[in-house]
Design a protein around this ligand. Structure first.
Ligand code: UGA
Length: 431
């Protein structure tokens, strides 16, 4: 099939390279000419496992091309994916300006039976909105259909998740368009749920909000474990064996971050307020998440001896989770900001995103590696669960620091081993 993907961000780029891999003829558009030029040369702009390989293979096969501007990509396409950003507005609502702009731009070039698909995370009602925008621009709806097809990709595993989905959700009232999309994904082995657009849009928000709820729930349990002298890792294990609960998303830490959970939780709260339904459970999830960062700052302050002014703090990990270079809504960055406000001297290392972090939080000194960051530190704060932090030479680190104290905000390290080496070790929800 001929596929247009508008937006070469995480979702758009992953979808484009994977659809080309599945044998489709893909044109991927972005407004950023520089990004398009780099992609055309095979340079992956984001850190994503498997992306460089699929990008190179797609370009070499001739099935993947990058163009500037949505209308160039959409001309003659059977399916047009809208994968543009939907930033969070001041009131928590998702801002749909880019979605509307692209819909207006592609309207004149759409083929008579094109299927336009929202893949960006968009509020309930956006499929209808796109239909309206296209109608106003003169598109006849007997042929052209609009559908919702939310993605469930995790950053860092986006290619794997696209090619091995748990399910494919298609929200569309028109059976023939749903058939086109089912055919598009026929190379994947996954159940396909065809439903109405509003339900498809809601599935995405409900899934992310539920996962965020799991994270806040286990963080609240961790906080309680600290008081009653229990260990949250044991508790999560004991809960996870129950197949109805499962092991995933029960890791206690500094709270959820990233470009999705905080934004989607805020957007769903906005939708619920607008609908007159007070979703207090979800408001609590947000509150627990916000407070969790403060609890980590408290632990760092305590580990530093009660005050942070002039204390050199070694921060390990800045991205919102491991295996990505994404710093958006990273709890680690928010914690760095708070440390700086209290007068700490923050020396940080991140395996993927050091330099960008320095731009975002001026005042953080970026170091070449974890050892350099630890030199002279009054306390080490491990804030992102990069695997390499497990395997550092902690004997050497004990000789580099000023005071051997570690706050392990991701429960990554082995407490007895750390204590044997002389570190004052504290974690989240563990004795
Ligand atoms: C999330 C969802 O997992 C994807 O299914 C979804 O498609 C995506 O959002 C999106 O809406 O685009 P992602 O933002 O890549 O994916 O991140 P996750 O791996 O879900 O982690 C989210 C946050 O929760 C991270 O800050 C992570 O550190 C935190 N987390 C996760 C925990 O603190 N504990 C856990 O047990 C799991």
């Amino acid at each position: 099939m001929r596929v247009a993907v508008v937006g070469a961000g995480y979702v758009g780029l992953t979808s484009a390279v994977c659809l080309a891999h599945l044998g489709h003829d893909v044109r991927c558009a972005d407004i950023d000419a520089d990004r398009v030029a780099r992609l055309t040369k095979g340079e992956a702009p984001i850190h994503e496992a498997g992306l460089p390989e699929l990008l190179a293979a797609g370009l070499a096969s001739g099935r993947l091309r990058f163009v500037v501007g949505a209308s160039d990509a959409a001309t003659g396409a059977d399916v047009v994916f809208l994968c543009v950003q939907t930033p969070q507005g001041a009131d928590g609502a998702a801002d749909l300006t880019f979605v509307e702009q692209v819909a207006r731009e592609i309207a004149p070039v759409l083929g008579p039976e094109a299927v336009v698909v929202n893949k960006s995370t968009v509020p309930v009602g956006t499929t209808r909105l796109v239909e309206r925008v296209l109608s106003e621009a003169g598109v006849v709806h007997d042929g052209v259909a609009v559908a919702s097809n939310p993605e469930f990709l995790r950053e860092g595993q986006a290619i794997h998740d696209f090619l091995n989905p748990d399910r494919i959700v298609i929200g569309c009232d028109r059976p023939e368009a749903a058939g086109v999309l089912t055919e598009l994904y026929s190379g994947l082995r996954a159940p396909v749920l065809v439903t109405d657009p509003a339900s498809a849009e809601m599935i995405k928000y409900a899934a992310n909000a539920f996962l965020a709820t799991k994270v806040s729930f286990i963080n609240a349990i961790a906080n309680l474990c600290e008081v009653v002298d229990a260990d949250v890792r044991e508790v999560a294990l004991g809960m996870g064996y129950d197949a109805r609960i499962g092991f995933q998303f029960l890791k206690a830490g500094p709270g959820y971050g990233g470009s999705c959970f905080p934004k989607d939780v805020a957007a769903l709260l906005h939708t619920s307020r607008a609908a007159g339904y007070p979703f207090e459970l979800l408001a609590g999830v947000e509150d627990v998440n916000r407070a969790q960062r403060e609890r980590i700052v408290d632990k760092i302050r305590r580990a530093a001896g009660g005050a942070l002014a002039e204390v050199p703090v070694a921060v390990w990990g800045l991205t919102f989770k491991a295996d990505t270079d994404d710093l958006r809504e990273s709890p680690a960055l928010a914690i760095c900001e708070r440390l700086l406000t209290e007068g700490a001297r923050v020396r940080a290392f991140d395996p993927a995103a050091g330099e960008q972090a320095a731009e975002r939080v001026p005042g953080v000194e970026i170091c070449a590696d974890a050892y350099a960051a630890a030199e002279g530190a009054g306390v080490i704060a491990l804030l992102t669960e990069w695997d390499e932090f497990r395997w550092l030479d902690y004997e050497r680190i004990a000789t580099l620091v000023d005071r051997p104290a570690i706050v392990d905000a991701r429960n990554l390290l082995d407490p007895p081993a750390m204590r044997r080496l002389g570190f004052a070790y504290s974690a989240v929800g563990r004795r």
